[in-house]
Design a protein around this ligand. Structure first.
Ligand code: CA
Length: 470
């Protein structure tokens, strides 16, 4: 179903009238992406217009009959037809008026064509995770926008500018946890780094128990891994990187990998995956409890609805935005990405630092960053590729978790649970005030709609420097 998720425009589908607060909430993001406008009925209104002389050249039997009979129509019928035509004309004007807005939010590809996107990992059953990376595609929603050299997507300098990331030569360690292991991860990361002016880095790539015998590869998760490594380096090019590959996408294996990452001395553990909430997450979240470590987790990619492990009370739940260049002093404007997750957990206790008014349990998200594939980031990935077109553009909250994670590594973590500092008065964040990620009518509006101050889809905002990332 995620192949249907194209562009930022979201139209309610038939299953969206129901509440999605429950554990399966995230599963309902589907079908959107195109608007179908019903054409005016040419056998009705248009013919009536002919009756008013506009289409006097219509000599078909039906046209002649209508033309000849127009003065025999009751005045009320003619008035109703004229009113209908006027409404259609008005509707056309409205559509024309909003069209530039739609186009503006769907940034053109390098060729100037509109583009689509698709998830690179399949849906996962309860108890297993899927990666949250979305690759930008051509307008067919299938073929990735792949090029042999860097062409489009935000480069590290753009992200540094957008979020005022300091370059302080931090030597902290960022751990990336994913399922499986990309065999080209090291080479792909260094191609990315070299393109943007940095030297090569040697990553420590281990399995879920810390050994050097790597698990099997998976091209979907491999793209996630390339994305995560590139974003961690973009935020902190001087940091060390540990890449822990779980044997599978089960939460049991991923939990083992997270504990191994912590044992390796990571300052940050970035997790760009998740799945539907389930009752077992109350105990499963203990693998994400590492005081003094920033455990960043992507909020989801299915729109409104809490996902695990983002819903853990111990982690930094990272939501998604559309990051567009603008003429503001900052140079960028952010709105909610419609695909990011958010919501009130069905199971997890509320952390003491959260004070939002309506959710009695853990509320997501905490913070956010760029995630809309339409304003995605450049990534280099060669795993499974032929022909050398290995530069891609990625989105998803899979971008936001390692990017914010890298910023935590720049800042250095000084609090037991760094999500807490994001809620401090005066936190240095860009408030995101517009956009929605779905329908949350049984909950409070802020569960799914951005607004002034805290809101679910974007948390407390996006980083403005790293002063609030401790
Ligand atoms: Ca806000």
């Amino acid at each position: 179903m995620h192949g249907d998720l194209r562009g930022p425009l979201r139209v309610a589908s038939s299953d969206e009238g129901v509440d999605k607060d429950g554990p399966l909430a995230g599963a309902a993001f589907r079908g959107a992406g195109t608007i179908k406008l019903t054409s005016p009925d040419s056998s009705g209104d248009r013919r009536d217009e002919a009756g008013d002389g506009v289409h006097s050249a219509d000599t078909s039997p039906r046209g002649r009959r209508d033309s000849s009979s127009r003065h025999t129509q009751p005045r009320s019928v003619r008035m109703r037809c004229r009113t209908t035509f006027a409404l259609l004309t008005s509707l056309t004007s409205v559509v024309a008026a909003i069209a530039p807005t739609i186009s503006a939010s769907a940034a053109p590809s390098a060729t100037g064509a509109a583009h689509g996107q698709k998830a690179v990992c399949a849906q996962a059953p309860v108890g297993r995770a899927r990666c949250f990376a979305h690759v930008q595609t051509h307008s067919d929603g299938v073929t990735p926008n792949a090029t042999t050299s860097y062409t489009s997507g935000y480069a590290p300098a753009d992200l540094v500018a957008a979020y005022s990331i300091p370059r302080n030569r931090s030597k902290n360690t960022i751990a990336i946890v994913d399922a499986f292991a990309s065999p080209t991860a090291q080479a792909d990361l260094n191609t990315y780094r070299t393109r943007f002016g940095w030297g090569a880095v040697t990553i420590k790539q281990v399995n879920q128990i810390g050994g050097t015998s790597l698990p099997a590869g998976d091209t979907g998760w491999g793209q996630e891994e390339a994305l995560d490594l590139d974003m961690a380096s973009a935020a902190c090019p001087t940091c060390a990187i540990v890449y822990v590959g779980a044997n599978s996408a089960s939460f049991a294996d991923l939990s083992a990998a997270v504990n191994t990452a912590a044992a390796k001395g990571a300052t940050v553990i970035s997790n760009s995956y998740g799945g539907s909430e389930y009752s077992g997450e109350v105990s499963a979240q203990e693998a994400y409890n590492h005081p003094g470590v920033a455990v960043t987790v992507s909020s989801g990619d299915s729109g409104y609805g809490a996902q695990f492990p983002a819903s853990s009370q111990y982690v930094v739940d990272v939501g998604g935005t559309n990051l567009a260049r603008s003429s503001t002093p900052r140079g960028f404007t952010e709105t909610t990405w419609s695909g990011g997750g958010s919501g009130c957990s069905a199971y997890i206790t509320k952390p003491s630092w959260q004070h939002d008014p309506s959710c009695v349990r853990r509320m997501g998200t905490d913070v956010s960053a760029v995630a809309d594939p339409n304003t995605g980031v450049a990534v280099h990935d060669s795993y499974g590729s032929t022909g050398g077109a290995n530069w891609l553009v990625f989105g998803g909250t899979s971008v936001a978790a390692p990017l914010v994670g890298g910023m935590y590594a720049v800042a250095g973590v000084t609090s037991a649970y760094p999500a807490a500092t994001l809620y401090a008065t005066g936190a240095s964040l860009y408030d995101v005030v517009a956009g929605s990620n779905g329908n949350c009518r049984r909950g409070a509006a802020y569960y799914c709609q951005a607004g002034t101050g805290y809101d679910g889809p974007t948390g407390n905002g996006t980083p403005n420097g790293v002063a609030s990332l401790h």
